[in-house]
Design a protein around this ligand. Structure first.
Ligand SMILES: Cc1cc2nc3c(=O)[nH]c(=O)nc-3n(C[C@H](O)[C@H](O)[C@H](O)COP(=O)(O)OP(=O)(O)OC[C@H]3O[C@@H](n4cnc5c(N)ncnc54)[C@H](O)[C@@H]3O)c2cc1C
Length: 628
């Protein structure tokens, strides 16, 4: 007991130290080590391995590839795809940081090819008249936001982390939060894209398709493709940029990159016409803390009332933090900035102590310790306005008012030069830092109230069970809209982002694993939740494709674009139901409902559990559950 209380006190001290260091980091701009390259080759670009930004896939394996290519132009990209097609090699596109959790990026086996979009990272054109912006697919979200802002424009909704690339975030259906306009997913703002896929001999073994909203319904397959249709390429994406009220002055930007060499651009206007632009819109943000008693009743109307609404839910504390966030007139004074605390450079030493404390809480089965930690973390984040400041330096109170591009996304831990890992992104695998899993699914607004109430029933039975999630800042709930993309959202829905402890030892379960399993099962099987394609353990993908009305159309496009399945891998084949076994097992699993329903199957009831959430049921479900 004494040991526990010493540990707790130490942890509280260190968390305060960490919070303070976060502030210091902002004020003094301490450097941190940027993430390492997740592709490693034993000799120049050959004999390579690849992992994700967390340094670990769900099954903890490292994937292999015979070599990696770094095209710098669309022409190079086409010839690389052609060569791979001729040789019938497996191909996967890799991005700068590889943020997706599932094994999307692995070419099967050891002989595959990785095509990196590292050097396909140019903004090509911003055409204010048509309100479009064209970029290469390796452009990061941060670049896109900044370039648009320089032209006085704004991407209206976006993920909250700016390290993602356009190719990666489109392939996985990434989003921010809104029920307004076309919704929060960036793929719904794409009006045209170019994709390079395997071709026949008459195409020179690579086929280039330039899809837009008028020439092809196949654009709706390519909006969210899991990367299985080919490479989204140069001059790929025209993102519909939205204006605030009023009209723009016309301006046609061409970036520093010379477009003369682009055959697709021959004949298009290249003259520079510089006119004054409409200023960016401003937003006003306030966080409001409330009891979660009526959360189920509130969620739908709250999302409709506020354009950028989201909710952070702390179920074990019975609290929900509502983000009241709307556009305001550009005359409103304020220069707010968002620099998300969890996305900042953090002292490695502090992260190691926090992780050690969490490991101890898990191994000693200490939910009270976890609940105390959770309260400290969440209250610190709330007090620090989650990283919002009124002027880029300090938080003095709500509302935070500022330009959209300064508030929509962040990720400063990506920025800094090497400092021998004294600081790093909190999840950097080179340090003893965060090691977690994420379950992320969206539930239709028509049934979300019941889902929330079911989770609340579980919390009533086990009040301390979800403190572990709150150590990772609770459940982030964001709004998404029905999409025309074949693998986009089917309904207007609420997306739940749940982050939780993962043990370094795959044989060890986490505390209250059974409750987490029940929540996932409720979401996926009872409420028909759809997965976030770039996150999750495998359970959330169970039977997923059957929930998409246009799944058949997607598979037909895939067959047309890549009949040999060169851009597919074992994981995408399973998720897309192309491997028979998965489907067979999915139907068996359908009977599994949480234990306060009849027939519940939980870790605690039925078998042992691993740290990866692998319920070892000794049944035919084993195959499905493998590779969690
Ligand atoms: C800290 C953090 C915060 C996050 N925040 C959010 C958030 O707010 N909202 C949200 O929705 N998601 C969020 N995510 C998840 C994220 O959206 C997905 O993991 C992401 O979209 C991956 O982007 P990436 O550029 O890293 O792509 P990768 O993970 O590298 O690639 C994803 C897939 O796309 C394919 N691909 C990449 N580029 C191309 C291309 N040019 N052509 C064809 N295929 C391609 C890859 O082969 C792979 O199959 C977050 C992730 C992290 C790590």
């Amino acid at each position: 007991m004494q040991l526990m209380s010493i540990l707790k006190r130490m942890e509280i001290f260190l968390r305060i130290l960490l919070s303070t260091s976060c502030l210091l980091l902002v004020v003094f701009m301490v450097d941190c080590s940027p993430p390492e390259n997740h592709i490693k080759c034993s000799s120049a670009n050959t004999n390579c391995t690849i992992t994700n930004s967390y340094g670990t896939f769900p099954d903890r394996s490292i994937c292999q590839a015979a070599n990696v290519a770094y095209p710098t132009t669309e022409e190079e990209l086409i010839s690389i795809v052609a060569e791979a097609t001729r040789a019938r090699r497996k191909v996967k596109v890799a991005t700068r940081y590889s943020h997706s959790i599932p094994k999307l990026v692995c070419p099967d086996g050891q002989n595959g090819l990785l095509i990196s979009t590292n050097y396909l990272n140019r903004t090509l054109e911003i055409d204010v008249q048509s309100m479009t912006m064209s970029v290469e697919s390796g452009v990061s979200l941060r670049q896109l936001i900044n370039e648009a802002a320089k032209a006085g424009l704004a991407l209206p909704y976006s993920p909250y982390w700016w390290g993602l690339t356009i190719g990666g975030l489109l392939s996985t259906g990434a989003h921010g939060s809104t029920l307004w306009g076309k919704g929060s997913a960036i793929h719904d703002y794409v009006v045209a894209l170019t994709i390079v896929s395997p071709g026949g001999s008459k195409d020179g073994y690579a086929k280039v398709r330039r899809l837009n909203e008028t020439n092809s319904s196949e654009l709706d397959a390519a909006r969210v493709s899991l990367g299985v249709l080919g490479v989204i390429s140069k001059r790929a994406i025209d993102i519909d940029i939205q204006y605030t009220k009023g009209d723009c002055h016309l301006q046609h930007f061409v970036t520093q990159n010379d477009r003369a060499g682009d055959p697709d651009d021959r004949g298009s206007t290249t003259s520079h016409v510089t006119l004054q632009l409409q200023p960016l819109f401003k937003r006003s943000i306030s966080y409001v803390v409330k009891s979660d008693t009526d959360l189920g009743d509130q969620v739908a109307s709250f999302g409709r009332q506020h354009e950028f609404a989201d909710i952070s839910w702390y179920p074990s504390q019975g609290k929900a933090v509502y983000r009241v966030d709307d556009r305001v007139s550009s005359n409103t004074s304020g220069n707010g900035l968002y620099d998300s605390i969890p996305f900042r450079s953090t002292l490695s030493l502090g992260l190691a102590v926090i992780r050690a404390t969490e490991d101890t809480q898990e191994s000693m089965k200490d939910p009270d310790g976890k609940c105390a930690s959770a309260k400290l973390i969440t209250s610190t984040l709330i007090q620090m306005a989650y990283g919002l400041t009124n002027n880029g330096l300090v938080f003095t109170g709500y509302p935070i008012i500022g330009y959209h591009n300064r508030l929509q996304s962040s990720g400063t831990c990506l920025d800094s030069p090497e400092d021998a890992l004294i600081t790093a992104c909190p999840w950097d695998s080179r340090i003893k830092g965060e090691y977690f899993f994420q379950a992320t699914f969206s539930i239709s607004l028509s049934v979300v109230k019941s889902f929330i109430q079911d989770v609340q029933k579980l919390v009533k039975m086990e009040p301390r069970a979800l403190c572990g999630l709150e150590q990772y800042n609770g459940i982030l709930m964001r709004y998404v809209k029905a999409s025309s993309a074949y693998l986009g959202k089917e309904d207007d829905a609420l997306d739940f982002d749940i982050t939780f402890y993962r043990n370094k030892d795959p044989a060890k379960p986490r505390l209250y694993e059974d409750i987490l399993e029940e929540i996932e099962q409720l979401a996926v099987f009872k409420y028909g939740g759809l997965p976030h394609w770039g996150k999750n353990r495998n359970l959330v993908f169970s039977g997923a494709l059957e929930k998409y009305k246009k799944a058949g159309a997607f598979l037909r496009v895939k067959e047309k674009y890549d009949p040999l399945g060169l851009f597919s891998n074992e994981w995408t084949d399973q998720v897309l139901g192309l491997k028979g076994e998965t489907r067979k097992n999915l139907s068996r699993r359908k009977g599994m409902y949480p234990r306060f329903y009849s027939g519940a199957v939980t870790a605690r009831d039925e078998g042992s559990v691993t740290a990866d959430g692998l319920v070892v049921l000794q049944t035919q479900n084993q195959e499905l559950l493998n590779n969690q």
